[in-house]
Every structure is written in structure tokens, then in C-alpha cells.
Write a protein that binds this ligand. Structure first.
Ligand code: FES
Length: 583
């Protein structure tokens, strides 16, 4: 059936004509035409909440004020976005919002760009006109990854919706006295998967990663007292951290990032994309082995996203045998630093402190998993998110824009293009398929760019022909999309051979530790920047990396070491005990 064409017509906003389409809201038309309307509880990733009432407008000929985010346009509507009545109403609504929100700005992710403070200034609002209703509300801790400060929550509902869209459905509204408030679910079948999408979507900074500033300031200062501090950064950081310093979306700043870390006094800076190259080799090997074994469990699932792994271990433990046993790039790289590199340099691994810069708060959880230990060696000691690292640089008065690019270390900071694209949804699969194809056919893929698995769509399916056989692949981002694949597999176990799953929208470039704001346009630019790096790279397949070759020809000849550094295990996880709270 043909989709019904939507009617277009003109409306007036502030006296000027604009083309509008049936079904659009006033805010949609305003945003499209770059007309600013204050708003707080609107996010393009979620359903319209309509709760903050800061997006009020007047419609000529109609009585009262209207919320522009959920009022649909009609032909000839004549709209005013500013008037005395609008300002008065917004001022009152803001004052009420401030009764819900205790200002604790020091560690807030919006400390340099606070929307509600800007609005307060604009509408001349006295922040403390009314007492804080929530001053005794608790801070909830979700594992070693996330904090929810309910004193700051304005109960707009964005986090509840995004948690549902991700697929965890862990945040919900509960009646507390006379109010409905956001709470972590007490239901036994709901748990946090640490994706952190609540952080990047909350407009008032009520969620944050568990900060490690104090923990890392110490190693930063003690680095001359017998400890060697090493920083490593995830593939996606190169195309996102620039935003924290006002650079355009999709700016690639690898050299500056290395330079900035060195300005902190750190000598050794490594690129986790190199660990990704090792993940690729191992994962492609495992895929080929499984495909060649009639008894093997298929499809094989990727396992480098700890949010996805937690989702599977908690919500679908019956699928655990599908996960590849290969460790994530962060854990492999940390393991290599504390084994291979430690041996090369003659340093006791116990004297090395590895600090990761990651796109994701679930990576804070991943390093605490007992399954990633190498004997008594913990591969990674601390994780800072992209935002936290930017905050650290600002604290040290380092402006990334002004930093001179520094060349990477020729081995541990020189990845292939295949390692860099891990940061985008579909990247892990594309990298592994480049290598698996080569392993099976002895030839390179005719086109290294596997467009079929790229892009920000939540669910992608493709068939890749290898030696006359069709390999059925699927890519899901957002656990709710992963759930669709899992449910499909229950009906049809041979629907796929290989599936990549990521908890966050767009993969790591949209991770819960990345800069805010975020939306599909921004995710596309961040991902494209990684593909551009891959395209410019001379070496685009993991097995062609000189470092990877030397590693397998020498250090990884010892299979026990290879197994300990590169492989892990998974098990059914129980619900964490909630609420873990403090005031
Ligand atoms: Fe419209 Fe909040 S943005 S009510």
C-alpha cells in the first residue's frame, strides 16, 4: 500500500512564513528552521514527554499557552515564541523545576554548559525562591559504573523512556508520597546493564559515571615513585573528544589526544585500537572454527561491549554459549601492557598502572569482572570516560584545540584501519569478516568496505558470500534490538551465523561516556570520521599489522599466554541488590 502523502502548508512563526507538514509539532518546524525555543524534556531519541513546560508558545486566536513539543501544526497557525505571558509562565515553571533540582554543580556533566542555569538567567529566575523538595533524597549506586542522584532529578521521564528504548527497562516511575518519581526498579527481573544512556539523555545531570578523579590524581602525582603510569584510549575517542573543546562534530584528534596526555606528564600512551586488531584475529579464528564444526554453537555473538554482555548474562543466560570467548580490546590491550610490554621493558606488572579513556561507563564495570584477571594481574586499573578525561584536561588547563599533535608509538599506538572502526556500530563485525574472508579464501574481500553492516540503523541484516556460501550476519545496537534478534533465534535458530551486538545507539561513538549532546546526526558524523581514518590507512586488515605479526610470531607462540591475555568466560548474573544508596 502506498504511504499517504502528508499535506504541506504554511504557518507563521514570529511573523514569518514557514513550510510545515501535517503531523509535525510546532517545535519540529521551529528546530528545522533554526528558531530557538527553550526546552528541557525534549530529546529526539525519545518519545515526547511534555513535562517541563518550558517550550511554551502562544497561538494567535487561541486561549492560553501551548507546549510546542507536543502541539501539532495546523494550516495558517500564527505562532509567537516570545511574549510577556510566555516569559511569566516559563519563569514560574522554572522556579518549580528548581524545587526538584538540588544544585550540586561541582561534579555535574553540565558544569560548563548548564541549560537550566542559562534559562534561569534568561528569565531572571531566583534559583532558591522555594526550598529544595528533594534535599534528603538519596544517591543510588548502580554497580561500579553509575550513580543516580535523585536530589537532582526533575522527573521529566527522558531516562525512563531511554532505558526502555535501550531494552533494560530498569528505570521506572514509582509513587513516593504525593509524587511520581524516577526510581531504579525493585522487580527481580530488571537490572541495570550500565550502558549509561540515562547519563547522555538526562537534561539536568542527575546521572553520572562513578568518578575516579581522586583515584587517578594519585597515580598521576606518584608516577616517579616506582610506578609506571600508562594511558590507553579507545578507538572512538579520536572522533568525539574534540567536541568537549568546541571542535566540530567528527573532528579526528588522535595526535592531539596523545599530545594532551603527554602534557599531563605521562610518557606512555597506547591506542586500544591495537588491542582491537588482536580481538579481530582471535574472533575471526573462532568464527572460522565454529563455521567448520557441525557441533559448534552458532550464531556466534560478539562480546566486546560489556553492557551487552551484562544484558545477555542477566536477561538471556541461555544464550551465553553463543558469545565469543575473545576479550574486549580494552582488556586485551591492558593485558598486553602488563605482560608483553612489561617484559620488554623489564617492569614488574604490579608496578604498572593502566588508565583507560573509554566511551562507556560499562567499561568501569568490565575491569572489575573477576573473569578478566590474568592470574593475580588486573589488566586495567582505572577507567575515565571521554567526558571525565576532558574534565581532567580542563582542570589541568589543557585545551585540546591548542595542543600540538604528537606521533603515536610505532607499535602499541599504530593500529590498522580495522581496529579503528571498532568504535562504530558494525565495525567489530566488519573487521572480523575482513580477516575471516581472507582466512577462508586466501584472498582479500573484493571490497573492504562492508557497507551492508555500516550506519546507525538499530538493526542491520546482510548476507556475505564467502566461497559460494552465504554467511548470514546481523548487527544490533541498543539492547532492545539485540532482544529482537534473540527472540528471532528462538523461533529460527539458523537465522544468523554471526551477530554483532552493542548496548548503545550507534555503538561506542554513542556510548554513555561520550560528550553531550548526542543525536543521530552527531552519531553519523562521529562514525564517518572513523571510516575516513580507515580509508586513509595504508594497512586496513588486522593480520597485516607489523605489530600483530610480530606478536603472533613470538610472544603468542606460548599458547598459555595467548589464552590468558585474549580469552575469558561468562556466566549467568543475578540482580544486583538495590537500592544501594547514600545521601
Ligand atoms: Fe515541551 Fe518539556 S520540552 S514540555
Amino acid at each position: 500500500m502506498m504511504a499517504k502523502n502528508k499535506k504541506t502548508f504554511f504557518i507563521k512563526i514570529n511573523g514569518k512564513d514557514y513550510r510545515a507538514k501535517e503531523g509535525q509539532t510546532i517545535l519540529d518546524v521551529a528546530l528545522k528552521n533554526k528558531i530557538f525555543i527553550t526546552r528541557l524534556c525534549y530529546h529526539p531519541d525519545t518519545v515526547v514527554q511534555g513535562s517541563c513546560r518550558l517550550c511554551l508558545v502562544e497561538i494567535k486566536g487561541k486561549k492560553g499557552l501551548f507546549t510546542s513539543c507536543n502541539t501539532q501544526v495546523e494550516p495558517h497557525m500564527d505562532i509567537l515564541t516570545d511574549s510577556e505571558a510566555i516569559s511569566r509562565a516559563k519563569k514560574t515553571n522554572l522556579e518549580l523545576i528548581f524545587t526538584e533540582h538540588c544544585e550540586e554543580c561541582g561534579d555535574c556533566i553540565y558544569q560548563y554548559s548548564c541549560t537550566i542555569k542559562d534559562f534561569a538567567k534568561k528569565y531572571n529566575v531566583k534559583i532558591n525562591k522555594f526550598p529544595d523538595r528533594k534535599k534528603n533524597h538519596p544517591v543510588h549506586e548502580f554497580g561500579p559504573a553509575l550513580l543516580f542522584d535523585s536530589k537532582k532529578c526533575i522527573d521529566c521521564g527522558i531516562c525512563v523512556d531511554i532505558c526502555k528504548k535501550v531494552g533494560a527497562c530498569f528505570l521506572e516511575f514509582e509513587k513516593v508520597g504525593d509524587f511520581y518519581e524516577v526510581m531504579p526498579s525493585s522487580k527481580p527481573d530488571k537490572d541495570c546493564i550500565y550502558c549509561g544512556q540515562c547519563i547522555t539523555h538526562c537534561p539536568v545531570g542527575a546521572f553520572e559515571g562513578v568518578g575516579e578523579f581522586e583515584a587517578i590524581e594519585n597515580p598521576l602525582q606518584q608516577k616517579d615513585q616506582g610506578k609506571t603510569v600508562v594511558f590507553q584510549f579507545a578507538p572512538s575517542i579520536r572522533s568525539t573528544i574534540g567536541e568537549e573543546f568546541g571542535m566540530p562534530y567528527g573532528s579526528v584528534v588522535t595526535g592531539r589526544l596523545i599530545g594532551a596526555i603527554k602534557q599531563l606528564g605521562i610518557e606512555h600512551v597506547f591506542d586500544v585500537s591495537v588491542g582491537a586488531d588482536v580481538t579481530t584475529i582471535e574472533e575471526a579464528n573462532e568464527l572460522v572454527e565454529r563455521l567448520n564444526d557441525d557441533q559448534a554453537v552458532l550464531p556466534m555473538f560478539t562480546s566486546c561491549c560489556p553492557g551487552w554482555v551484562k544484558y545477555l548474562e542477566f536477561y538471556y543466560p541461555e544464550f551465553i554459549p553463543h558469545l565469543t570467548t575473545v576479550r574486549s580490546p580494552q582488556i586485551i590491550m591492558g593485558g598486553l601492557i602488563k605482560t608483553y610490554w612489561a617484559e620488554e621493558k623489564g617492569i614488574d606488572p604490579k608496578d604498572i598502572i593502566v588508565i583507560s579513556i573509554m566511551p562507556c561507563v560499562a567499561k568501569k564495570y568490565e575491569i572489575e569482572r573477576p573473569e578478566v584477571m590474568i592470574g593475580d594481574i588486573k589488566p586495567v586499573d582505572h577507567v575515565l570516560t571521554t567526558r571525565e578525561f576532558a574534565q581532567l584536561l580542563k582542570k589541568h588547563k589543557i585545551d585540546l584545540k591548542e595542543v600540538k599533535a604528537v606521533n603515536p608509538d610505532p607499535f602499541l599506538s599504530t593500529p590498522t584501519g580495522a581496529g579503528v572502526i571498532y568504535g562504530a556500530s558494525g565495525g567489530v563485525m566488519e573487521s572480523a569478516l575482513r580477516t575471516a574472508y581472507n582466512k577462508i579464501t586466501g584472498k582479500k574481500l573484493p571490497r573492504l568496505d562492508l557497507e551492508q553492516v555500516r550506519g546507525i540503523n538499530g538493526l542491520k541484516k546482510a548476507e556475505i558470500e564467502i566461497n559460494g556460501k552465504k554467511l548470514k550476519v546481523g548487527v544490533a545496537n541498543g539492547a532492545a534490538n539485540a532482544k529482537k534478534i534473540l527472540e528471532e533465534l528462538k523461533e529460527n535458530p539458523s537465522a544468523y551465523d554471526y551477530v554483532e551486538m552493542m548496548a548503545c545507539f550507534g555503538g561506542c561513538i554513542g556510548g554513555g561516556g561520550q560528550p553531550v549532546p548526542v543525536n543521530d546526526e552527531i552519531r553519523k558524523k562521529r562514525a564517518q570520521a572513523l571510516y575516513n581514518v580507515d580509508n586513509r590507512q595504508n594497512v586496513r586488515m588486522a593480520e597485516d599489522s607489523p605489530f600483530v605479526k610480530s606478536l603472533y610470531n613470538d610472544f603468542f607462540k606460548n599458547h598459555d599466554i595467548l589464552h590468558k591475555v585474549c580469552h575469558t568466560s561468562f556466566s549467568k548474573k543475578d540482580k544486583e541488590v538495590y537500592p544501594k544508596t547514600s545521601n
